[in-house]
Ligand binder design. Structure first.
Ligand code: ASP
Length: 309
């Protein structure tokens, strides 16, 4: 059988050893392992890479620890506006939603955009109208309420500041993503986020932007990013990794490090990414202190980590 694998992230940021209690550490690792289990167990049974990344990201969206779905941060208006995208490497089909509210699993809506809308990116009221047409339940704000998120927002409410969830000194949960290679050698990537605390003016980050926060091409790699979205958009980060493999013949890890540790840093952007190729190889790269991350591979290897060391 061909090698297959799944990798996930839950955000990159100022994550250093000793900053968290052992209890907190183990609940994050539990969240990572639950998402790995959800995605890997279906990959093992022959599910497609697209199904596996959607499953892993859905699990992370349902976990209140991460800034996506249930755990999404507050906007300047006290609402939750979520962005998500998914891309399939075999067909290079993609779907994305931006500024959606009340949707339990934005990644499933992004997948529906890819499969049923004839478009790639739907935003705001239009995305909500599409969700209504597909019979999505709209959950009340109370489903997305978490006291610590509310307190984060109170700290900067009424100012022009926005805050990356994982740059906060107390709380470092972030955007979530998954990349997978299935038993057929097809790859896919998915990313989902609540964006930045106190965001306004319809701010959209890199997560729903194909080529910035998410990209997949069977010939090169599948990539999901996390970090300060404006820089990832300016750097076309996910596509840049693919380009370095395609045009400069860099290997997967070297391409990821070139983009995250050199090109993104040159723009003064911070964050990280996960990537996979159609041989099942996995790469992680981040220029922050840490990144919630993990993988499982059909050769039996597995890993879950938070810190940089
Ligand atoms: N990249 C996301 C955004 O800018 C934030 C994150 O990664 O946590 O919306």
């Amino acid at each position: 059988m061909r090698p297959f694998s799944l990798a996930i992230h839950g955000g990159a940021g100022t994550l250093t050893r000793g900053m968290m209690t052992p209890e907190k550490e183990s609940s994050y690792l539990e969240g990572i392992n639950a998402a790995l289990e959800a995605g890997y167990s279906i990959l093992e049974k022959g599910a497609s890479a697209t199904e596996a990344v959607a499953e892993a990201v859905t699990t992370l969206e349902n976990c209140p620890l991460f800034n996506a779905g249930k755990g999404s941060v507050f906007t300047a208006e006290g609402t939750h506006e979520m962005d998500a995208s998914i891309m399939e490497g075999s067909t290079r089909q993609a779907g994305a939603v931006a500024m959606v509210t009340g949707i339990k699993n934005p990644i499933l809506l992004a997948r529906d955009v890819m499969e049923h809308s004839g478009h790639v990116l739907l935003a705001g009221p239009g995305a909500m109208a599409f969700a209504a047409q597909r019979n999505y339940e709209i959950l009340p704000p109370s489903y997305f309420f978490a006291q610590f998120r509310y307190d984060q927002w109170q700290g900067i409410k009424g100012t022009d500041k926005t805050q990356l969830d994982h740059a906060d000194s107390d709380r470092k949960f972030g955007t979530v993503g998954a990349v997978a290679c299935d038993i057929y050698g097809n790859i896919a990537a998915a990313t989902s986020t609540g964006g930045m605390t106190n965001k306004k003016f319809g701010r959209i980050g890199d997560s729903p932007i194909i080529g910035s926060g998410t990209y997949a091409n069977n010939q090169t790699c599948a990539v999901s990013c996390t970090g300060s979205g404006e820089f990832f958009i300016r750097g076309a980060v996910a596509y840049d990794v693919s380009c370095l493999i395609e045009h400069c013949q860099l290997d997967l890890q070297a391409a990821c490090d070139e983009v995250i540790k050199k090109r993104l840093l040159a723009l003064e952007g911070d964050g990280g990414l996960i990537a996979v190729n159609s041989n099942g190889n996995i790469a992680f790269s981040f220029n922050t202190e840490g990144m919630y991350r993990g993988f499982r591979h059909s050769d039996g290897s597995r890993y879950a980590a938070i810190y940089g060391d």
